[in-house]
Design a protein around this ligand. Structure first.
Ligand code: AMP
Length: 383
């Protein structure tokens, strides 16, 4: 019996546990929150990720460890890796924890990115704005997620406000200014790399964000084959450069036939949740297979799939379950404004059928605005 330890006990850990049970795996979790939602399904140790005592008791009985979030403190990740097998490799975490090193890595690999510059003072911000131009986004280099730790600059008058908002964080987490990309679409590649270098990617996903937080994902994204090939080549090059093992996501902006990399997540990813029902083998199962050195499963689609995130509170389950092809995921979390509390995936055999089901769901839950851009994309693509 293999026990997989997961640092982090949120919804990603929860879905890893659900995917690992049929493989005969057991799990042990470490999270600072006593009510971490994966703790409803597997033993949860409550403690800080960088507390030596908590880590030492966590590794007892654990055969192999992984993460459900990327901001694991580097010393903790290194200590773990010296103690037991860990996937993905800590160097992948290190690169993705810092937007500057991540962007530099993309550049080294020939993966296009928006112009960027590190910023550590108000004068530095002024110089970066002069070099990059406006509009632009000032972001924290570390510990930002879901659009948090970001300030959009439209005019030169915004410079002081941007510095007032994020400048105080500069010494602790660093700042980066990025040129604003007037993208047509946001896409992501979710892919798995095995221990022997085997690489499998799911079909490209199109994503819609609201206030920097993922709202909906559609797969397969209606893109031309050259876009898909380019995206997969970028993802493969990135995974190879990191000697990656496990599942990861590469977020891309599509802009006039060019793909610009935004960021990578060295873990299972929200834009891959649809793979549970929409593909042969889910991102969660393939992440575990990769780490355990098992053969990777097929990433082929089963029709067309759309995932909708539920933020704040769960919508009406009974109304949603009346929609054909819909699967429900309640993470068992307490409601809180903006919090990811669950999602639904709707599958169908054709884009038109998926659009009809999404419209039905939008009306049933009074979420017409959330489904509307996906429906428009599906109907446009099938014309
Ligand atoms: P991030 O935390 O970097 O993934 O940013 C969250 C969201 O903000 C992205 O998914 C985009 O919708 C938007 N965004 C981030 N960076 C840029 C950029 N350089 N240009 C335009 N939009 C961006």
């Amino acid at each position: 019996m293999t026990t997989v330890g997961i640092l982090g006990g949120g919804q990603l850990a929860r879905m890893l546990v659900l995917a690992g049970a049929p493989l005969g795996l057991r799990f042990k979790l470490l999270d600072p929150a006593a009510d971490a939602c994966a703790g409803q399904l597997a033993p949860l140790a409550v403690g800080a990720w960088d507390a030596a005592e908590a880590l030492r008791s966590f590794v007892e009985g654990v055969d192999i460890a992984t993460f459900d979030f990327e901001n694991v403190p580097a010393p903790a990740a290194q200590w773990l890796a010296a103690t037991l097998p860990v996937f993905p490799p800590p160097q992948a975490l290190a690169v993705s924890q810092d937007r500057l090193s991540e962007k530099n890595r993309f550049r080294e690999l020939g993966i296009p990115v928006a112009p960027f510059a590190a910023v550590d003072s108000l004068d530095g911000l002024r110089a970066a704005v002069a070099a990059i131009g406006l509009p632009a986004i000032l972001k924290t280099r570390r510990l930002g997620y879901d659009g948090k730790g970001q300030f959009r600059l439209r005019t030169l008058e915004d410079v002081d406000a941007a510095w007032a908002a994020l400048g105080p964080q500069a010494p602790a987490v660093g700042l980066i200014l990025e040129g604003f990309v007037a993208f047509q679409r946001e896409l992501s590649v979710v892919a798995a790399r095995g221990k022997g270098g085997e690489f499998r990617a799911w079909p490209l996903t199109r994503n819609w964000h609201v206030d920097g937080v993922l709202s909906a994902s559609l797969a397969p994204a209606p893109v031309n084959p050259s876009t898909r090939e380019k995206a997969l080549a970028y993802a493969k090059a990135l995974a190879e450069s990191l000697d990656y093992v496990g599942v990861f996501a590469l977020e891309l902006f599509e802009c006039d036939d060019e793909l610009l990399a935004n960021e990578m997540a060295p873990r299972v990813h929200n834009s891959g949740h649809w793979t549970i029902e929409g593909s042969q083998v889910s991102q969660f199962e393939n992440h575990l297979r990769a780490g355990l050195g098992l053969p990777l499963g097929s990433t082929a689609m089963r029709g067309h799939a759309c995932m909708l995130n539920w933020l704040g509170t769960m919508p009406d389950r009974a109304a949603a379950l009346a929609v054909p092809g819909l699967r429900w995921h309640d993470y068992g979390k307490q409601p809180r404004p903006g919090r990811k509390v669950g999602h639904a995936t709707v599958c169908a055999d054709s884009p038109a059928e998926l659009a009809a089901r999404l419209e039905q769901l939008g009306s049933a839950l009074d979420r017409q605005a959330q489904v509307a851009p996906v429906v428009a994309c599906l109907l446009q693509g099938s014309r």
